[in-house]
Ligand binder design. Structure first.
Ligand code: ATP
Length: 627
């Protein structure tokens, strides 16, 4: 269902409502019933007053004729009081029946409209979420996480409300207005100018309010984004804020944003608070005017009391229908802002997507994946400077390659390119002999067991986190993965073992525990290639050594690409690729690089105490702590 960004919110909302056409048709039918009932009520009132009370329940073409008939009935000894009561009760019961029918229709409309609009909200949230999950980092950053959250909540809520209003008001108000006008013309055409005047005043009042508040509405959404952004940052950064004693400054920053939002909301709400009393004033003034003019007409015998009463009610119905439409006119531009914000996300181009015809079958599927970077150059969006320049290296199937280099030299970016979080500007990346961009995203990403630099866990249990990449929680697989990742013993020591709770982000676990679980999660999917991004930094040397041995023993055939800042961790790699400022400046084994690559030798020297240096730098085995 493609929706153009320049379409009006009404058209968009109707498109969103398309899957609920059946419900919408039913609502239209019920609205017709409700309007007919609402329009019939004043007629009953008029009959009760004019015929039931004034003409003693005698249906005649004029009060004079009724008076004559009454005199005749009385002369014949007919019980006219019982006749009058009978008439009033009959009309009263009809009125009650019509009222109950109207109420039933109104309840049905509320129920159905609520259901359809809530479904529209759910559909939009699902589409938005599905879209955002496919976003690369650059796309998320272009919107900002806070704004994406506001769009998925506040903005969708507003569209939901407009869909509800569209279903209820847009159809009901015109039916009520047209029906009201027809009925009024039947009653007395000479007072219709009062209705015209009332409608004019309503439209002017609402127009003025709209002009005054509309620019603020647009600003309000942006301010909500800002408040969300600051709240998110503050809540995630609480430990740092406290550590640097910056509570005061952060509170000030927050209250500034929050104050701006309050001022805007206050202005809008104050302006809007005039709406209801203003409308009541117009309606009541109209009623007084009708009664005043109507009294004159009754006096000269042009109208009956019940007619005036019906006229008042029909006039109210007509004016309220215009009021409803005008209120919608105020709401629509607000919703327009929200609809545009939602569509910006839904219509955003996704840079990384599946190829038209994936070449998954052409891969040479060995137990370990073969990876190759061929002359790859890459710069992040909005930056002219490439982060990686002409990078070439090859990791044979089941090979073990380490990426080493100073901080910011582009090592993690290699992983982002491999998993197609972004694509290079030039050069090619081959996985099992096939261009990564020619593989389906599922096949490509399914090749890897990725352990990020910062271990992120999901809320749930330890078991659900370890088996995150699997369709089902498998206890045996969990224990197997956890024991290789050196996590089994600490998990077993917890009172609830593998069922222990993990809070959002894994904040109730230590950094080292989180890291081990993240490694276990990657192991559980039994990947053909591991990508470790400095992911053993929180482990002590002995544990790390145990982990590497277990990994070799259990998953020896899987390819390993390891980013590490510790030379000791990678000195046994088949090949070490040394990065510096995005370029490959060295390629070889630990010993070869110590002799040939100044950058690598510098890093190695900086990590070893002087007394160790002589003894250990030349010999890779001693760097591993005796492996
Ligand atoms: N999403 C991003 N947008 C823009 N620039 C980025 C982004 N991510 C990383 N960079 C930049 O790319 C460069 C390389 O970053 P990368 O994370 O690949 O380095 P690294 O070698 O892994 O560093 P470290 O060892 O500190 O993790 C850095 O200068 C960084 O500022």
């Amino acid at each position: 269902m493609p929706i153009g960004l320049n379409e009006s919110v009404c058209v968009r909302s109707l498109k969103y409502l398309k899957p609920y056409l059946g419900i919408a048709v039913l609502i239209v039918v019920l609205l017709g019933v409700q309007a007919a009932c609402d329009l019939a009520i004043p007629n009953f009132t008029s009959l009760i007053v004019d015929v039931g009370i004034q003409q003693s329940g005698i249906e005649a073409s004029s009060p004079q004729e009724a008076a004559e008939l009454l005199a005749e009935y009385q002369a014949q000894g007919v019980d006219t009081l019982a006749m009058q009561q009978g008439y009033i009760i009959r009309i009263g019961l009809q009125m009650l029946g019509v009222t109950l029918l109207g109420i039933a229709a109104a309840v049905g409309i509320s129920f159905l409209a609520g259901r359809a609009s809530a479904s529209v909200g759910r559909d939009l949230r699902e589409r938005l979420f599905a879209k955002v999950v496919g976003f690369s980092n650059a796309e998320v950053q272009s919107f900002s996480v806070a704004s994406l959250i506001t769009r998925a909540t506040n903005d969708i809520q507003r569209i939901q409300m407009v869909s509800y209003m569209l279903l209820r008001v847009v159809i009901y108000a015109p039916i009520l207005a047209v029906g009201g006008i027809v009925m009024v013309l039947q009653t007395n055409a000479s007072m219709t100018w009062i209705i015209g005047l009332g409608v004019l005043v309503v439209v002017v009042v609402i127009g003025v309010l709209m002009v005054a508040t509309m620019p603020r509405f647009r600003r309000m959404q942006k301010l909500i984004d800002k408040v969300n952004l600051i709240s998110r940052e503050m809540l995630t950064g609480i430990p740092v804020i406290r550590a640097f004693n910056r509570q005061g400054r952060e509170e000030e920053r927050f209250s500034q944003a929050s104050g701006d939002l309050r001022d805007t909301q206050l202005f809008v709400n104050r302006a809007m608070s005039f709406m209801r009393p203003g409308m009541m004033l117009v309606m009541n003034a109209m009623a007084v005017l009708i009664v005043w003019v109507g009294a004159g007409a009754i006096d000269v015998g042009n109208m009956q009391t019940g007619d005036v009463m019906a006229f008042v009610t029909y006039s109210m119905a007509i004016v309220s229908s215009f009021m409803m439409l005008s209120m919608l006119a105020i709401l629509l531009p607000r919703a327009e802002v929200s609809a545009k914000r939602i569509d910006e996300v839904l219509e955003a181009d996704i840079a990384i997507s599946d190829p038209g015809r994936p070449r998954d079958d052409e891969r040479s599927l060995q137990p370990g994946a073969e990876i190759e970077f061929r002359d790859v150059t890459f710069a992040y969006d909005g930056s002219d400077e490439p982060v990686l320049s002409h990078v070439s290296f090859k990791v044979p199937a089941s090979g073990y390659v380490a990426l080493v280099g100073p901080t910011g030299s582009g090592k993690s970016t290699v992983f982002k390119l491999l998993m197609r979080d972004c694509d290079p500007q030039s050069g090619s990346i081959l996985v099992d002999g096939v261009e990564a961009q020619s593989l389906s995203l599922a096949a490509l990403r399914g090749t890897f067991g990725y352990v990020p630099q910062t271990s992120f866990l999901f809320s749930g249990s330890i078991a659900s986190n370890i088996s995150y990449g699997l369709d089902d929680v498998d206890e045996a697989a969990n224990r197997w993965a956890a024991s290789i990742a050196q996590a089994d013993s600490f998990v077993q020591s917890l009172p609830e073992g593998y069922d222990s709770d993990v809070s959002q982000g894994g904040t109730n676990l230590s950094g080292g525990q989180r890291q081990r679980l993240a490694i276990a999660r990657a192991l559980a999917v039994k990947p053909r290639c591991f990508l470790f991004d400095d992911s053993m930094s929180a482990l002590d040397y002995a544990t790390e050594l145990e982990l590497r041995r277990a990994l070799q023993r259990e998953m020896g055939l899987a390819t390993r690409i390891v980013v590490s800042s510790r030379v000791a961790t990678v000195s046994d790699a088949d090949c070490i690729v040394v990065f510096d400022e995005g370029k490959v400046v060295g390629l070889g084994t630990h010993d070869e690089l110590l002799a040939s690559c100044a950058t690598y030798a510098d890093i190695a020297r900086s990590q070893l105490a002087p007394q160790d240096e002589e003894a250990t730098v030349p010999a890779s085995s001693s760097l591993e702590g005796g492996e």
